[in-house]
Ligand binder design. Structure first.
Ligand code: FA5
Length: 349
């Protein structure tokens, strides 16, 4: 038995040495360790061995088995490494290299548009602030003079994150007006602030309504401000972003957090005021909501309404970009259609 084991060892080490492919090594492995492999069947003869002989054969068997397994493993590794080297040297053909062309990135047209709006107001001394997209019911509604059960909540229905006790209820903000509250609580008037950010609404979607869209909002708090300042800033925005002859119209509106309130309209560029399906046959598009900050809101933020007044308005840059770029469906901006978006870059306009 001892001779047989030594014979198997030397024969198979020889075969393993000569093998130069993984499939040859698999064959050798099967001949040794397969169902009827030479190493597999050997222990069947152990019961017929004398005890003394078994004491020698047992450890020798284990040693030979481990040596052969180790030799196969090492040879497999060598064969694989040699294969990689061949691939890297002989099969590598530099002619197959494909040139990866550099692609020039650009800002999304809405971001580009928002940057231009912000630049306009930086010139007038407005500071930019960022407000939370997830906020409390208190900041999004109550401190803006919209108590629970107020019918105006229907217009700004949103997505709720938890139903925790009323004021602490978390929601996705419906407008950037929550930022008014954060800023007015922190700053002492007079101040001019602006904010741009994402808003969310539980909306019926159409060419002018998205469930997720951006708003740009300004607040100006000082002594002796009036609707005349509001009219001026609205025209400043629209003329700055469009052309000097765009007509701006303020019509009376209602917002619980402003008094008086107004809707700001710009001429519909699609039909040139004739009336079309984009503007709902009105000849103009509503771009912003605005007004003088309600005394209750000023008080809620610790500002004395007897001494200070404030102007606020919030516009949808997406709606304005529709006009600027002649896009008939707001949803195209989020379509991820690169050809469409590239066509709207500042260079092409
Ligand atoms: C507001 O959200 C007020 N917070 C604006 C405001 C601020 C009024 C400060 C007074 C003082 P409104 O819901 O009308 O108002 O929205 C303002 C603008 O956001 C709209 O004129 C429109 O341009 C844009 N907008 C509103 N809803 C959507 C929507 N679903 N998809 C795209 N744009 C929208």
């Amino acid at each position: 038995m001892q001779d047989k084991l030594n014979q198997i060892k030397s024969d198979y080490l020889n075969q393993i040495n000569k093998a130069n492919s993984l499939s040859q090594l698999d064959q050798v492995f099967l001949r040794l360790f397969g169902k009827n492999g030479e190493i597999t069947i050997l222990p069947k003869d152990f019961p017929s061995l004398a005890k003394n002989e078994l004491k020698v054969i047992g450890p020798l068997f284990n040693f030979v088995k481990q040596e052969l397994e180790k030799a196969i493993d090492e040879k497999r590794h060598q064969v694989k490494e040699a294969g990689y080297k061949t691939l890297a040297t002989e099969e590598w053909n530099p002619d197959q290299l494909i040139e990866i062309k550099k692609r020039q990135g650009q800002l999304h047209p809405i971001s580009e548009f928002e940057k231009k709006i912000a630049d306009l107001f930086i010139k007038l001394g407005f500071q930019q602030f960022d407000g939370p997209q997830v906020d409390t019911d208190l900041n999004n509604f109550e401190l803006l003079n919209i108590p629970p059960q107020h019918p105006a909540r229907d217009m700004w229905d949103t997505f709720y994150i938890n139903s925790g006790g009323n004021q602490n209820k978390l929601l996705l903000r419906t407008h950037t007006s929550n930022t008014q509250i954060h800023v007015m609580k922190e700053l002492k008037p007079p101040f001019r602030m602006m904010t741009i950010g994402r808003c969310f609404r539980y909306e019926n979607l159409d060419a002018r309504h998205e469930h997720t869209f951006d708003q740009f909002e300004i607040i100006y708090v000082d002594r002796k401000l009036s609707m005349a300042n509001l009219q001026y800033l609205s025209e400043y925005l629209l003329k700055g972003m469009f052309v000097d002859d765009i007509s701006v119209r303020l019509s009376p509106g209602y917002y619980p957090f402003t008094e008086p309130s107004a809707h700001i309209f710009g001429t519909c560029v699609f039909c040139k005021s004739k009336g079309c399906k984009i503007c709902g046959n009105t000849g103009e598009l509503e771009l912003a909501g605005a007004g003088m900050i309600h005394p209750n809101v000023l008080k809620n933020c610790g500002i004395d309404p007897e001494e200070f007044s404030g102007i606020a308005w919030g516009v949808g840059p997406g709606r304005m970009a529709m006009l600027k770029y002649d896009v008939s469906d707001l949803r195209s901006f989020n379509s991820a259609d690169l050809n469409f978006l590239k066509g709207l870059s500042s260079e092409s306009k």
